[in-house]
Ligand binder design. Structure first.
Ligand code: HEM
Length: 498
């Protein structure tokens, strides 16, 4: 909801929003104004009341709200928010159309509070909050992160971090004399901090060390990551009061940036000095840092900003996805056994493809992003309606990925559907896109997948996972900035070798 409301406010980038589409839409018969929308458009707030205290929906359950609205209105409908109409679709063909009409520099809703703060404090904006040329400069610089050779260079260190996580679990078990670990997401955040630190700043943190002397640092980083997400979200929803004074959410943005800056800047400086002394060595051990240090379009302030974004981007979604994968495997022991057998077989290609399928299946059922969104760069036919350039479209990935039109038994955790020989996928390539798509897709996808697959193999090798809840219930997802589990995930780690 927050996302929707704010985005509608960003329509000032475009003109002609409500005009009739006339170009490239000749096959369509219906106009923009024919697109159905919920009844009751209130002055100023439009449809926002639907998600208010007296409305039928909860903002944190936006996916369920969109499912319900699409049952009433059809797969394509409009919502009026902040004085402009956005289009929502739950059809994977429309998702494809949206991405095919996103242009060379895709526009997503921006984060004006982050833009303002970063510009003022650091003189550099980074990738996430902006659009257009400014976005492109950073995007081009982060692209090496998607290169398989670059990602592979970190594989051994990811294995090392994963085995430290396994030891860390054992340490917790020994300390408490219990195999139960409550709220595993917190522990997985320590994993994801240590794992991303291998790439940026290139100096491995010891978040998972026993009695870490840096325990306070780790806690500060975890708090900063949460504050960053809450700050992004809080400055996006409601009235932009942060323009008048430093609201609580704005202060969270400030404090999280300060913590991460302090943790990263000096370490990046150190790596830069080492790079000057031995460029070949750094290039092979730290190919991503070498690429950004070498990039002539970046000043030092941009390099630090890019480092901050890579670091922050690497924490939250990775931890959530791993926690949900552990949850699904605990709830599906036969699939966990299958995964374990693949790990035992030590055939890395078989092992990897099944474990990768487990992660994909987790992201299909519980994606961290609810929707992919773009302002159309050109007129498009969305679900038979003429939608003009400049309109914001939300393609609800978290709805299409649960639709039986695209997936057999869509509510079941069936990783095999992602394997080539499977018969359980009807295979629409745009039905499940948890990392987005196109020139603006997640640049950390390959790195995150490598970290997660390696961790899964290491954990399964040592532990059998079980739910620690007496009556295991399904875990839903609620919207914060990313979607997160709606309750703590409590697990038993049973040592396989005992
Ligand atoms: C399970 C892990 C992750 C998931 C599910 C995820 C998901 C996403 C999604 C859905 C987007 C928006 C894409 C679009 O609009 O098309 C995105 C953007 C982004 N992600 Fe990730 N991400 C993950 C991990 C990471 C990691 C490890 C990093 C850093 C290394 C990262 C850095 C970023 C950045 C910088 C952007 C903004 C890209 C842009 O605006 O051009 N992400 N991510």
């Amino acid at each position: 909801m927050a996302m929707l409301r704010h985005a509608a406010g960003s329509m000032k980038y475009f003109v002609n929003v409500n005009s009739r589409c006339t170009r490239n839409c000749s096959a369509s018969t219906e106009t923009f104004s024919d697109i159905p929308s919920p009844q009751g458009i209130w002055p100023v707030i439009g449809h926002a009341h639907l998600f208010g205290p007296t409305g039928p929906y909860k903002a944190e359950r936006l996916t369920e709200a969109v499912m319900d609205l699409s049952r009433q209105l059809g797969p394509v409908f409009k919502l009026r928010l902040s004085g402009a109409d956005s289009v929502v679709t739950v059809d994977a063909d429309d998702t494809r159309t949206m991405f095919r009409h996103e242009g060379r520099h895709p526009f997503r809703p921006s984060f004006p509070a982050v833009q303002r703060y970063r510009q003022k404090r650091f003189g550099s904006m980074g990738i996430v909050p902006g659009n257009g040329e400014e976005w492109y400069k950073f995007r081009a610089a982060i692209l090496p992160l998607l290169h398989p050779r670059v990602v592979k260079a970190y594989a051994d260190r990811h294995t090392q971090v994963a085995s430290r996580f396994v030891d860390y679990i054992q340490m917790k078990i020994n300390e408490t004399s219990s195999e139960t670990i409550n709220d595993i997401c917190q522990d997985l955040m320590k994993f994801s901090i240590e794992a991303i630190s291998v790439t940026v700043p290139g100096v491995q943190f010891s978040s998972l060390a026993a009695q870490s002397i840096r325990e306070q640092d780790t806690q500060n980083i975890m708090n900063a990551s949460t504050d960053f997400m809450e700050g992004l979200y809080g400055t996006l929803i409601g009235l932009p009061l942060w323009k008048l004074y430093r609201t609580r959410s704005y202060r969270k943005l400030e404090s999280s940036h300060e913590v991460i800056y302090k943790v990263l800047e000096s370490r990046l400086q150190g790596m830069k000095c080492r790079y000057m002394d031995s460029p070949e060595q750094i290039a092979s051990a730290h190919p991503f840092l070498a690429a950004i240090f070498n990039n002539p379009t970046l000043e030092w302030k941009d390099i630090v900003m890019l480092g901050m974004e890579t670091f922050l981007g690497g924490i939250d979604a990775t931890a959530t996805t791993m926690a949900m994968t552990f949850h699904y495997l605990a709830a599906n022991p036969e699939i966990q056994q299958q995964a374990y057998e693949k790990v035992l077989r030590q055939d890395s290609s078989q092992e990897m493809s099944f474990l990768r399928a487990c992660i994909k299946e987790t992201l299909r059922l519980s994606s961290t992003a609810g929707a992919n969104s773009r302002f159309l760069a050109k007129d498009a036919n969305i679900g038979g309606y003429l939608v003009p350039a400049g309109t914001l479209v939300y393609a609800f990935n978290s709805v299409t990925s649960l639709d039986e039109k695209y997936f057999v038994e869509p509510l079941k955790y069936l990783p095999e559907r992602w394997l080539r020989e499977s018969s359980t996928s009807k295979g629409h390539p745009f039905a499940s896109l948890p990392f987005g798509y196109g020139p603006r897709m997640c640049p950390g996808q390959r790195l995150a997948e490598q970290e997660m697959v390696i961790l899964l193999a290491e954990v399964l090798r040592k532990y059998h996972l079980e739910s620690a809840d007496h009556t295991p219930k399904p875990v839903g997802m609620v919207y914060r900035m990313n979607r997160v589990p709606d309750r703590p995930i409590n697990l038993c780690f049973r040592n396989r070798r005992v």
